[in-house]
Design a protein around this ligand. Structure first.
Ligand code: ADP
Length: 626
């Protein structure tokens, strides 16, 4: 029998398949099963459009058989089948060859990348069988014909077509699995457990039953029996009516699919109809996976078309700031063979992604309003992600994310949103006050919080490194400016009070300059404080870089010495006994005044949780004075 040659393009793809180093060879089964499912669809279409009597969808199935001894996997369907001409046409050429532009003269690296792209995202259909099989034999009988034909190929050298025998309309594809090599154990595809796993993974929602023979033993009887078992569950949970799916089912689907022990914090179901047709089922986890804030974590949603999986993690569907969301999108408008390249520029997909972002945002807002405790639990896990989202891309996402943020405030024991903070501000309060520190307790005890607290105003306690960047990006919220409690002017004083303070500052100028002199380069300048009540001293900063930012920069690897420093300002409480003592020393004993200046400065460092590099000197000075 004469061998026929494949068309050029097909030959190249076959060559690619046979020599593939692609790691997910398992997708061959998805492709073969998906063809079988299409063939059954076509068969049903004919029956329905011609009003065939005695027709029932339930007569159809896809069978997968494994023969370990012959090293074969056989996939059989009772779909539409193929005539001799169709065999020639469909399996001798590859339908998509036009869109596969193989570049000439590409490097082997580029080639490997192109290969991964083509196989992984295109699928490349029927020919992907050659990734695992050294020979493929297709026996088929068309609905239009009484004869059966056999197509056979061992690869690039061509194929043969001969007459064959088949009682039923439909197609049988026998794949002769390659022998194992040093690098690849093809034999894994002959293990029923593995094959079942692949079917579950990629083809669970194929509309027709995919059956395998299952070996069973029964108590009281001898020997083993084979029973047909349906492997796929056929109707995906997201395709079922919302009212037919219990919370329990949703939760266990989530837990099984995404390997999470906890129930999700919220489930979002979307059934979009109109210009964009798609269904989506999204989950907001209640706990962040261990790897969440590392490079290891990968975002994305499962992408399906008519219940057949295209991609298990499509990144384009989720914005970075909602990367914690899990779930699936199923759209009939997409082609199974869509490439990643195309996906990135696909308008429909972009629109879907935009809609999903809105839905996720709304769901979170709803949780925040209606199920506060749950939302706070979520926020503890993923709040940091939302904050990163606010500062990323120069703040373009801030409108979406700002009202999802929560902070501790000095006025309440619980978390408040910015909106809640602002709407409970008294008329007289001009600014949104905030203080940054390592922990709530540390911030709460900062001396410079005194004046604001005394007025009865709330202070937002910022405990994450990213928080100050968030505040900087926001600038204002609901027309109220943010104000760091370290700022010189907190807007708490009347004009008169201010004038009086300025006068006092002027009077004490020589002393303040003296202290600055004593401390040298350590501080930018020394001034009287407007915000201290009971404490003698505090350290603040002036300008963009705050003390907390300085600490953060210092903590970065390799930055300890060169890190950007805050411009330190020492504030003294002019009404404090310590200040009186300093003043007295300044007038009577300059040497003592220098020591007192250093002691006060070191105290301010300790309170601000800044490192001190003269601890011994400090201790000596204190005991000397005692
Ligand atoms: P695609 O499925 O994307 O068209 P394939 O290379 O997978 O590309 O298949 C080529 C063609 O072969 C299919 O379009 C279909 O017409 C035919 N074919 C493949 N498998 C079967 C089958 N099991 N039954 C009937 N026709 C099939």
């Amino acid at each position: 029998m004469a061998k026929k040659q494949f068309k050029t393009e097909s030959k190249r793809i076959l060559d690619l398949m046979i020599n593939s180093i692609y790691t997910h060879k398992e997708i061959f089964l998805r492709e073969i099963i998906s063809n079988a499912s299409d063939a059954i669809d076509k068969r049903c279409y004919v029956a329905l459009s011609e009003g065939e009597s005695g027709f029932s969808r339930s007569d159809f199935k896809i069978k997968v058989d494994i023969d370990k001894d012959r090293r074969t996997i056989t996939v059989t369907d009772n779909g539409i089948g193929m005539t001799r001409e169709e065999l020639e046409e469909n399996l001798g050429t590859i339908a998509k060859s036009g869109s596969l532009n193989f570049k000439e003269n590409i490097t082997s690296e580029e080639k490997a990348e192109a290969e991964i792209d083509i196989i992984g995202q295109f699928g490349v259909g029927f020919y992907s069988a050659f990734m695992v099989a050294e020979k493929v034999v297709v026996t088929t009988r068309s609905l239009k014909s009484d004869e059966a034909f056999v197509w056979e190929s061992t690869g690039v050298d061509g194929y043969t077509i001969r007459e064959g025998v088949r009682d039923e309309v439909g197609t049988e594809i026998v794949m002769y699995i390659k022998p194992d090599t040093e690098d690849e154990v093809y034999g894994e595809f002959l293990r029923p457990y593995r094959i079942k796993g692949i079917i579950k993974k990629y083809s669970d929602y194929v509309r027709y039953p995919i059956v395998m023979m299952e070996e069973k033993t029964y108590e009281g009887t001898e020997g083993t029996f084979f029973e047909e078992e349906t492997v796929n569950s056929m109707v995906p949970i997201w395709q079922r009516n919302k009212s037919d799916v219990t919370d329990e089912e949703c939760n266990s689907f989530y837990k099984e699919t995404y390997y999470d022990m906890n129930d999700p914090c919220a489930v979002i179901r979307i059934n979009a109809e109109g210009s964009l047709n798609y269904k989506a089922m999204l989950f907001i986890p209640s706990k962040a996976p261990m790897t969440y804030y590392t490079k290891e974590y990968q975002k994305g949603l499962g992408l399906y078309t008519s219940s057949v999986m295209i991609m298990d993690r499509c990144e384009e569907l989720l914005p970075e700031h909602f990367r914690f969301v899990k779930g699936v999108v199923d759209s009939d408008n997409l082609s199974l063979n869509i490439s990643r390249e195309i996906l990135q520029h696909d308008r429909q997909l972009k629109q879907i992604a935009n809609n999903l972002e809105k839905k996720i945002k709304n769901e979170l807002k709803k949780l925040m309003t209606n199920e506060r405790e749950k939302y706070e639990g979520f926020f503890r896990e993923f709040g940091l992600q939302l904050k990163y989202g606010v500062v990323s891309d120069y703040g373009v996402h801030k409108d979406t994310l700002t009202d999802l943020l929560l902070y501790y405030s000095s006025l309440t024991d619980s978390l408040v949103s910015l909106e809640e903070y602002v709407s409970s501000m008294p008329e007289s309060q001009k600014y949104i006050y905030y203080a940054r520190g390592e922990s709530i307790a540390k911030i709460a005890s900062l001396p410079q919080t005194e004046a604001v607290k005394e007025k009865g105003y709330g202070i937002l306690y910022l405990t994450d490194d990213v928080d100050e960047f968030v505040v900087n990006i926001l600038g204002t919220f609901m027309d109220k400016e943010f104000r760091n409690i370290n700022d010189k002017d907190l807007g708490l004083e009347t004009e008169e009070e201010k004038a009086e303070a300025d006068k006092k500052e002027e009077e004490n100028k020589p002393l303040l300059d003296f202290v600055k002199e004593a401390l040298g380069e350590e501080v930018e300048f020394v001034r009287l404080s407007h915000k201290l009540k009971s404490h003698p001293v505090c350290l603040v900063s002036e300008g963009e870089i705050t003390l907390e930012m300085e600490k953060y920069f210092k903590s970065l690897p390799g930055e300890k010495e060169n890190a950007i420093k805050a411009r330190r300002v020492l504030e003294l409480n002019g009404d404090h006994r310590a200040f009186e003592a300093l003043k007295k020393a300044y007038e009577e004993d300059k040497e003592k005044a220098v020591k007192l200046s250093k002691i006060l400065y070191t105290q301010s460092l300790l309170i601000a949780d800044m490192p001190i590099d003269n601890a011994v000197e400090f201790a000596q000075m204190v005991s000397e004075l005692m």
